[in-house]
Write a protein that binds this ligand. Structure first.
Ligand SMILES: Nc1nc2c(c(=O)[nH]1)N[C@H]1C(S)=C(S)[C@@H](COP(=O)(O)O)O[C@H]1N2
Ligand SMILES: [Mo]
Length: 388
């Protein structure tokens, strides 16, 4: 009856042990928690509920949390691989039906975790064709599935983990070879080191998309600082967004409206307003980020043209709209802290030159501590309102 993987000695590796599985499991649990929390932050910043408040300071905070999200997710690949390797013989424990319920609950966890890694990797690689769903929504809800299934799994396995980590010997073997000698600790440590090294290599090979000194060795980073027009990567080009002609039209006007007033500003009008320069990163949800030196008009100065006062700014918001007629990122909302912040600009220049059309010419938003998707390019209208 017991054939193939169901044979008693089908999985001969003596390295598998509850101790190994426990150690990998703890590392994986911590990594998933980091991914979940940083992912939750990114979601809340982009879809803020009423109670949520996100500051404009420190300017690079989102860059850090999102860089951590992507780096941790990538480093999880070898960890999850090793963890699954260490336990998959349990799928074939005998008799097959006895542990069906337990296995099914683990299947949910494994499936959701694999979905997160694969969809996240595809997003980082800008490869949306294999995903017939909207990535962001699916990735968000699957994140809750992973964390929920993980809590159940930890609850069930905690006693086993405790036992495995407390008693140093003899170790329980997961494969069902009989009378196998205990595994030397050195071998297990070697395996853990290898897994750790693999995670490290992946991290270093992708961190260059956000840490500039590492860019040269970033074999896996799809976007790198220093590449693209004006030394900055481009996420969506003007041609791809269908705004090239409108953006280059000499008749361009920026409409600024709110507090019962509307002003229309040509590029010359904008250039005649007080100009300011800030050094701020574009921090894309996909993990890459790059710093630019932006110059232009403070958003708060435009609000001032409409007669807004300080309290209108901190307790208000601005909606910025792109020349784009379709697409998810054609508008964004600038919350109070960012609206009032001196560094938030309607940028006209990058690195001292007029913006390249792919970076949002004639005018784009740039604000501290915001995801790249909310740094709207090719602005046509700014609406400012007080929420008091
Ligand atoms: N109108 C508009 N603005 C946009 C986008 C877009 O698709 N349309 N993409 C955003 C995304 S996802 C990022 S990461 C940044 C990238 O800015 P960059 O191309 O100048 O580097 O622009 C943002 N601004
Ligand atoms: Mo982005």
């Amino acid at each position: 009856m017991r054939r193939g993987p169901f044979r008693p000695d089908a999985f001969p590796s003596a390295l598998r042990s509850t101790r190994l599985t426990s150690q990998l499991g703890i590392a994986l649990g911590v990594a998933f928690l980091v991914c979940f929390l940083t992912g939750l932050i990114s979601h809340l910043v982009q879809h803020p509920p009423r109670w949520f408040w996100w500051p404009s300071e420190p300017a690079g905070l989102y860059r850090f949390t999102q860089g951590l999200h992507v780096a941790t997710g990538l480093a999880t690949v070898p960890l999850l691989g090793a963890k699954l390797w260490s336990v998959y013989p349990r799928l074939f424990t005998w008799p097959p039906l006895k542990h069906a319920a337990e296995r099914l609950s683990v299947v949910v966890l494994v499936a959701a975790a694999l979905f997160q890694l694969v969809s996240g990797l595809l997003n980082v690689a800008h490869e949306y064709r294999p995903m017939p769903f909207f990535f962001t929504t699916a990735h968000y809800w699957a994140g809750w599935l992973v964390i929920g299934a993980l809590l159940v799994h930890v609850g069930v396995q905690l006693p086993v983990v405790r036992e495995a980590l407390r008693s140093r010997a003899p170790r329980v073997r997961l494969s069902r070879g009989h009378g196998a000698p205990p595994v030397p600790d050195a071998d297990r440590r070697q395996l853990l080191l290898t897994v750790g090294a693999a995670a490290g290599v992946i991290t270093v090979a992708t961190l260059g998309q956000t840490v500039r000194p590492l860019a040269a060795i970033s074999a896996l980073a799809p976007r790198r600082p220093g590449t693209g027009p004006q030394g900055l990567p481009v996420n969506r080009t003007a041609a791809a967004a269908g705004v090239r002609d409108a953006a280059l039209d000499p008749g361009y006007r920026l409409t600024v409206t709110g507090f019962g007033r509307t002003v229309e500003l040509s590029l010359a009008d904008l250039a005649a307003l007080p100009q300011h320069t800030t050094v701020l990163p574009i921090a894309c949800v996909e993990g890459w980020s790059a710093v630019g030196t932006w110059s232009g008009v403070r958003l708060r100065d435009l609000a001032g043209l409409l007669g807004a006062d300080e309290a209108d700014l901190t307790g208000g918001e601005a909606e910025v709209e792109s020349l784009q007629t379709a697409g998810r990122y054609r508008t964004s909302t600038v919350a109070g802290p960012h609206l009032a912040d001196d560094r938030t600009l309607i940028a006209l220049r990058l690195g001292g030159e007029p913006l390249a059309v792919d970076h949002g010419y004639p005018a784009r938003l740039i604000a501290p501590n915001r995801p790249g998707v909310m740094q709207t390019k090719w602005l046509t209208r700014v609406t400012i309102r007080s929420l008091r």
